[in-house]
Design a binder for this molecule. Structure first.
Ligand SMILES: [Zn+2]
Length: 150
């Protein structure tokens, strides 16, 4: 739960100075510190499990293995399209435009079970739909498109 505007101001966050869409997103997705740390640990593991990812330093590998189980190199897939994700996609990022983004099965829930990585294009296509809603929506589109014999 997001703190009140007064409490946030005490820690240096002035909600009145943020754009309305940023405030709306913060209020919609607000997660507690423990959830954010859990998501961060999971995402770190997923990065090291991407194809062509560097081998983590031994202490990091041990730490992640204690929390997540043994790392499985090459196992990370796009949360949306399920294709394997390559670490090299991070190198193709340009200012304001990443190739890989954090993604959520349910965009309104910021928990480790619900978070992962997705291609930017897949994440944009999913939008504010849950994965279940998105797959249903895209399936109906494909059915209609195939009915036109494209
Ligand atoms: Zn994808």
């Amino acid at each position: 739960m997001l703190r009140s505007d007064e409490e946030l101001l005490e820690i240096g966050i002035d909600m009145s100075k943020l754009k309305p869409q940023v405030v709306a997103k913060l209020r919609d997705k607000a997660a507690d510190y423990a959830s954010c740390m859990e998501v961060a640990r999971k995402l770190t593991g997923l990065v090291y499990e991407m194809q062509n990812a560097p081998v983590p330093p031994p202490d990091v590998a041990r730490y992640l293995a204690e929390i997540l189980g043994p790392l499985k190199p090459g196992a990370t897939i796009c949360l949306v399209c399920r294709e394997p994700l390559s670490f090299e996609l991070f190198h193709r990022a340009r200012r304001g435009r990443a190739e890989i983004e954090t993604s959520h099965s349910n965009p309104r829930l910021h928990t480790a079970e619900n978070a992962g990585f997705a291609h930017r294009a897949c994440n944009i296509a999913q939008g504010d739909k849950s994965l279940e809603e998105f797959y249903g929506w895209i399936s109906r589109i494909l059915e209609r498109a195939r009915g036109r014999a494209i």
